[in-house]
Design a protein around this ligand. Structure first.
Ligand SMILES: NC(=O)C1=CN([C@@H]2O[C@H](COP(=O)(O)OP(=O)(O)OC[C@H]3O[C@@H](n4cnc5c(N)ncnc54)[C@H](O)[C@@H]3O)[C@@H](O)[C@H]2O)C=CC1
Ligand SMILES: CC(=O)C(=O)O
Ligand SMILES: [Mg+2]
Length: 568
């Protein structure tokens, strides 16, 4: 067991979630840190603490209460929080992440108890550097997860509540990617909100103003990005749940100068590519043979289309233009065509001619009937958008339709996977964005619905980039990670099994993804380390953080009252 020197004493160590052990402080530590008399007599192991916390959790009747309980556990004791969730990963991930975290974020100001992470707020622009330094003092930050909360999951603009998604995504990095939580920071960029309900809510705790946009927004965000680059040049900057325009603009603006990563675009593109690769392994077809409809052409939809398109170009050697012809993007005004007004610039390469369609606005069902898709992907936030007609029509022309309703949280799913299974007589190859229980095949066998959520891959992609200290996260690094994930699909062994590994295996799977990404970074020459490819696996193992208590030694000479703690 490692030993860590800590300069906190008495209440200061008990109230530090990073160092607190609660009843697990040893006799010696209790004496050295001034804790005798502040704790009950019995010394518990971490396992005993987990068992007690799990019992307490079970007494909370609703998922949102469980979410609040776990949040307050995290505020008290990181090791216990991560150990508890790690030992019930599949059961508790939906409580701290989608779908329950969506409810927690929507009610952030009403559930608010304690702040966490860094709040970068527009009227405090002049003191941004000071706040940044205060929050990161004494810490060697590898990972910054930030959101401006304009498009949280599928529930839209949530203002300052966006800290909840940064914090949840950061926790997933630790649980699944093995990232040391003391080296990660969650950030909300509070530039106001256009959510009327929040603006009118007297309890709203964010900056109660309409969203700042245009040059002022760009300057404000740029100031933040430059602080990240100045103080933590080797860190990974993860963007989450920005509105579609800013999501693409920021990624393009910074991706050549820092390791930035947009999860909704790149993470979702990568996990969906893995899922489709696994599915075509079942149908014994090639990527180039697919006709793909993407329903919802926002951050995720376009990210998916581009990722699949680029993989087609790489794997099947066709031109980008030819690959673009295999995709039909459908948004709220129907098929993206050259004749639709106000089509976003980035979508134009996928736009189709209206020929062959009677109407100006071509709905999903018409597109399905006309083009006979093999793959149907939903990231529209339109609950029930894949109607029975749509699904049945697709199944008429396709032996094993690949149907991926990816919108989160669960209530926004485009089609309930059990319905899609029933309407296709068990032929559909299915995956969803949030977890669902298994469906029944006509044979009576359970069909496990894979969770095609970027959380199944982004911790590994990010860990691979951090591990190799990459100067950029290249498209080919992402494809390497996606290929590794696809190669671990249970469906490759049994075509009736899940398309992707389950969340219980996510830590092992993400380790493999991280190794693939770091190896690729070294091959491409973007890594900041001078290792050989063969060394990556061992280096990655050594870097994994695990939720176990180290021994503490009191550091009387250390700086008191800050995040002081280092291994000796
Ligand atoms: N499973 C996963 O890993 C991920 C799932 N998502 C989910 O995908 C959904 C979209 O997320 P983003 O792309 O970030 O949001 P976004 O706001 O950028 O995109 C949503 C798009 O759907 C379109 N849309 C809205 N109503 C529609 C309708 N009735 N028919 C067709 N299109 C419609 C919008 O116009 C917009 O273009 C959300 O529910 C989100 O939770 C997003 C990222 C990852
Ligand atoms: C999973 C995710 O990133 C989203 O739904 O936005
Ligand atoms: Mg997201």
């Amino acid at each position: 067991m490692s030993t860590v020197k800590v300069a906190l004493h008495g209440d200061a160590i008990l109230t530090s979630p990073q160092f607190n052990k609660g009843t697990a402080f040893t006799e010696q530590e209790r004496r050295d840190f001034g804790l005798t008399g502040r704790l009950p007599w019995r010394i518990n192991s971490l396992e005993e603490q987990c068992a007690r916390a799990y019992d307490q959790l079970q007494s909370r009747e609703t998922d949102i209460r469980k979410n609040s309980f776990l949040q307050s556990l995290k505020d008290q004791n990181w090791v216990l929080y991560y150990a508890l969730i790690s030992s019930h990963l599949q059961e508790l991930t939906p409580i701290i992440y989608t779908p329950t975290e969506a409810e927690a974020i929507a009610n952030y100001s009403h559930l608010f108890r304690r702040s966490e992470g860094l709040y970068i707020t527009y009227p405090e622009e002049d003191s941004m550097e000071e706040s940044f330094l205060e929050q990161t003092r004494g810490r060697n930050i590898d990972l910054i997860v930030c959101s401006d909360a304009e498009a949280i999951l599928g529930i839209g603009d949530q203002g300052v509540g966006g800290i909840g998604i940064s914090s949840a995504k950061s926790a997933i990095y630790t649980l699944i990617g093995g990232i040391d939580p003391s080296k990660a920071i969650a950030v909300t960029i509070d530039v106001g909100t256009d959510n009327k309900g929040l603006l009118e809510d007297p309890l709203y705790v964010g900056w109660p103003n309409r969203r700042v946009r245009g040059e002022d927004y760009d300057r404000f965000v740029d100031k933040f990005v430059q602080l990240v680059r100045k103080y933590f040049p080797h860190s990974l900057l993860h963007f989450e749940d920005f509105g579609v325009t800013n999501a693409y603009t920021l990624l393009e603006r910074y991706r050549t100068t820092h390791a930035v990563f947009n999860d909704d675009i790149q993470g979702t593109g990568a996990v969906t590519l893995s899922c489709v690769m696994a599915a075509i392994g079942v149908t014994k077809t090639k990527l180039i043979d697919q006709r793909i409809i993407v329903y919802g052409a926002g951050s995720a939809g376009l990210g998916i289309a581009k990722q699949l398109r680029d993989a087609m170009v790489t794997a099947d050697g066709i031109s980008t233009e030819e690959a673009n012809t295999k995709f039909w993007l459908v948004d709220k005004h129907g098929l993206i065509t050259h004749s639709l007004p106000d089509v976003r610039e980035q979508l134009k390469e996928f736009a189709k001619d209206i020929d062959g369609f009677a109407e100006q606005e071509v709905g999903l069902l018409d597109v399905v009937k006309q083009i006979k898709p093999t793959v149907l992907i939903g990231c529209s936030t339109h609950a029930g958008g894949f109607t029975e007609d749509v699904i049945k029509s697709m199944a008429e022309n396709c032996d094993r339709p690949i149907i991926l309703p990816l919108s989160n949280p669960s209530k926004l799913v485009e089609v309930h996977p059990h319905d899609a299974n029933e309407w296709t007589n068990g032929k559909a190859l299915l995956a969803t964005g949030s977890p669902f229980p298994p469906a029944k095949m006509p044979s009576g066998k359970d069909y496990v619905i894979a969770e095609c959520n970027n959380a199944l891959i982004y911790p590994g992609l990010g860990f691979g980039a951090m591990l190799s200290q990459s100067r950029a996260v290249s498209d080919t690094m992402i494809i390497a990670g996606a290929q590794r994930l696809a190669s671990l699909s249970p469906a490759l062994k049994d075509p009736d099994d899940a398309l992707l590994p389950d969340f219980g295996d996510a830590p092992k799977v993400n380790f493999e993804v991280a190794v693939a990404v770091a190896e690729r970074a070294i091959e491409e020459g973007v890594a900041g380390v001078d290792w050989k490819k063969e060394e990556v696996r061992e280096k990655a193992k050594a870097k994994l953080w695990e939720p176990v208590y180290p021994n503490y030694e009191f550091d009387a000479a250390g700086e008191k009252g800050v995040h002081a703690g280092y291994k000796i």
